[in-house]
Design a protein around this ligand. Structure first.
Ligand code: MBD
Ligand code: FE
Length: 303
């Protein structure tokens, strides 16, 4: 098709917009419509294909899978890379790397001081202890920081989204103690896979991709005077460690894990079988102006 005819149509559409609209929305929508017009033209998209896409988008919304699709197409990781760059431009580097929140956080988990047990439901798998310190940019421990932690069970499923688990199973909020320390006991998570037959699964299959994440544990770390950290750690040795469908694995977020089996330790930790232990410290950046917001607004669930 004649590109000038496309330009003429774009111009006509944009000319209907007025100052009563939102200029930011106008600029972004105009850009996306232009890009999609060009895609339709250059890829010779047929009417059937266009309407199939419209149905797909409708279905994905009805299924509540937009958060999964954003992760799977790499949008969420792109936003992380852009935040990293914005911080680097202000001379901020180092600290614990951020990585994506994902769509499965639930607000309102029980809060405790210093330590918590996350596994409230009976479930198979190895016991996992994880502990460490929250530190500020000066390297000093941060007392009273809030460490929000959430992860999947032995089947890769998250409470709230999986009605077979009790509310807030494997979800807790831990305040660091006077030495800036947190500690929790849980059960080893298994990697998540997108719901079979769902919208994300269909899209990934059409792309010849899988929809599996390596085993991981999510964190929000917040403390007054510091930038909020959204991150995850991965369980070393997972076959999908560097093949995450959400592109979230990063150097610095794969702590070594110790298997502990000596009887004295088992007794001291009140566990019956050998367990795993991960030490991991969170290094925060100081809050400062001239940086993109560290509190990201998005729709979140509250149980
Ligand atoms: C998850 O558990 C997750 O962390 C992300 C990012 C996407 C889907 C499931
Ligand atoms: Fe997750």
């Amino acid at each position: 098709m004649d590109k000038q005819a496309i330009e003429a149509l774009l111009g006509k559409i944009e000319s209907t917009e007025t100052a009563s609209g939102n200029p930011r929305v106008q600029a972004i929508v105009n850009r996306i419509v232009r890009d999609l017009f060009m895609t339709i033209e250059e890829m010779d998209v047929q009417p059937d294909e266009f309407w199939k896409a419209a149905s797909y988008l409708t279905e994905a919304g009805r299924n509540g899978e937009w958060g999964l699709i954003a992760a799977g197409l790499g949008f969420e990781h792109l936003l992380d890379l852009r935040l990293d760059e914005a911080e680097a431009r202000q001379g901020i580097s180092g600290g614990t790397p951020r990585t994506i929140e994902g769509p499965l956080y639930v607000a309102g988990a029980p809060e405790s001081l210093g330590s918590a047990r996350l596994d409230q439901d009976e479930q198979p798998g190895d016991v996992l202890f994880m502990q460490g310190q929250v530190r500020g940019a000066d390297g000093k421990p941060v007392a009273g920081a809030l460490v929000e932690v959430w992860h999947a069970n032995h089947l890769g499923c998250y409470s709230f989204f999986d009605p077979s688990q009790s509310p807030y199973n494997l979800r807790r909020s831990i305040r660091t103690d006077a030495d800036g320390r947190y500690r929790f006991r849980s059960k080893m998570p298994v990697g998540y896979s997108v719901p079979p037959g769902g919208s994300t699964d269909k899209l990934l299959k059409a792309l010849g991709r899988h929809g599996t994440r390596p085993a991981h544990i999510h964190f929000f770390v917040t403390a007054p005077g510091h930038r909020k950290l959204t991150t995850q750690i991965n369980i070393a040795g997972d076959p999908y460690l560097w093949d995450d469908f959400a592109f979230a694995t990063r150097e610095g977020l794969v702590p070594s894990m110790e298997r502990i089996e000596d009887p004295a330790s088992l007794r001291a930790q009140e566990v019956e079988a050998p367990y795993y232990s991960i030490n991991f410290d969170f290094d925060l950046h100081a809050a400062q102006g001239d940086l993109p917001a560290d509190q990201v607004n998005r729709d979140r669930f509250q149980a």
